[in-house]
Design a protein around this ligand. Structure first.
Ligand code: ADP
Ligand code: MG
Length: 206
C-alpha cells in the first residue's frame, strides 16, 4: 500500500461515517447523549479538509495529521480516543511511503493499545474496543498466515461487525452508557458500530 491508497482509504472512511451519521446518532440516543453521529461527522469533515494538505507526506505524517484534525475538531470521548488511535498509528509508520501488511498490522495494534491506555478500558466493557479487539486478532491471524492485506481487512471488518452486534449482550462499564448500568443491555454500543463502519470502509476500498 502506498500513501495514495492510504489517502483514498481515509476519504472512504470519512464518506462512510457521513453516510451513517443518523444511525450513529440513533444508537447514542438509546444509551448515551445522542451526539456520536454529530461528533463523528464533524471529524469526517475535518479529515476531508486535511487530506489535500497531506498528499506529499509519508504514512506516519498522514496518520498523525489526521489524528490531530480529529482531536482538534471532535468533542466527546470518541474524539479523544479515535484521535489518539490515529496518532499512535502515525508514530509506528514514521517515514514510511510504502506499507507492508505487517506495517499495517503494527499500526492497527498500536491504535488499539492507544485507545485502551487513553480510555483506561479493555474488551468486555461495551465500547469501541469490543469491535476493535476481535478485529485486531483477525487481522493478526490473517497476516501471520500470509494472506493479503485485503483479505486481512475483510476478516477484521467481519469480526468488528460481529463484535459490535455482541455489545447488545454487554453491560456498559465505561463512558456515558455506564450511567445506565443494566439498562444498557439490548442496545449496540455506538462506538463499536462506528469502528465496524470504518473497518468495512477500509476493506471495501482496497
Ligand atoms: P461521548 O460519550 O463523550 O458523548 P461519543 O458519543 O462521541 O462521546 O462516543 C461514545 C463512544 O465512545 C461509546 O459508544 C464508546 O464506544 C466510546 N467510549 C467511551 N468511553 C470509552 C472508554 N473509556 N474506552 C473506550 N471507548 C470509550
Ligand atoms: Mg455521546
Amino acid at each position: 500500500m502506498n500513501t495514495k491508497n492510504l489517502l483514498e482509504i481515509m476519504k472512504a472512511i470519512s464518506e462512510k461515517i457521513e453516510e451513517e451519521k443518523d444511525t450513529l446518532t440513533e444508537l447514542d440516543n438509546a444509551i448515551g447523549d445522542g451526539d456520536h453521529g454529530i461528533n463523528m461527522a464533524r471529524g469526517a469533515k475535518a479529515v476531508m479538509e486535511k487530506i489535500p494538505l497531506l498528499i506529499t507526506k509519508d504514512s506516519g505524517a498522514i496518520f498523525k495529521g489526521i489524528g490531530m484534525a480529529i482531536v482538534s475538531s471532535v468533542g466527546g470521548a470518541s474524539g479523544a480516543l479515535y484521535g489518539t488511535a490515529f496518532m499512535k498509528a502515525g508514530d509506528v509508520l514514521k517515514g514510511k511511503m510504502e506499507l507492508s501488511p505487517e506495517d499495517f498490522l503494527a499500526a492497527f495494534s498500536a491504535s488499539v493499545t492507544g485507545i485502551k491506555t487513553r480510555g483506561k478500558s479493555t474488551i468486555g466493557e461495551k465500547t469501541m474496543l469490543d469491535a476493535l479487539c476481535p478485529a485486531e486478532r483477525a487481522m493478526r491471524e490473517a497476516i501471520q498466515a500470509k494472506k493479503s492485506l485485503k483479505d486481512a481487512l475483510l476478516a477484521a471488518a467481519d469480526e468488528a461487525e460481529k463484535g459490535a452486534e455482541r455489545t447488545k449482550d454487554l453491560i456498559a462499564t465505561k463512558g456515558r452508557a455506564s450511567y445506565l448500568g443494566e439498562r444498557s443491555l439490548g442496545h449496540r454500543d455506538p462506538g463499536a458500530v462506528s469502528s465496524s463502519f470504518m473497518l468495512r470502509a477500509m476493506a471495501d476500498t482496497l
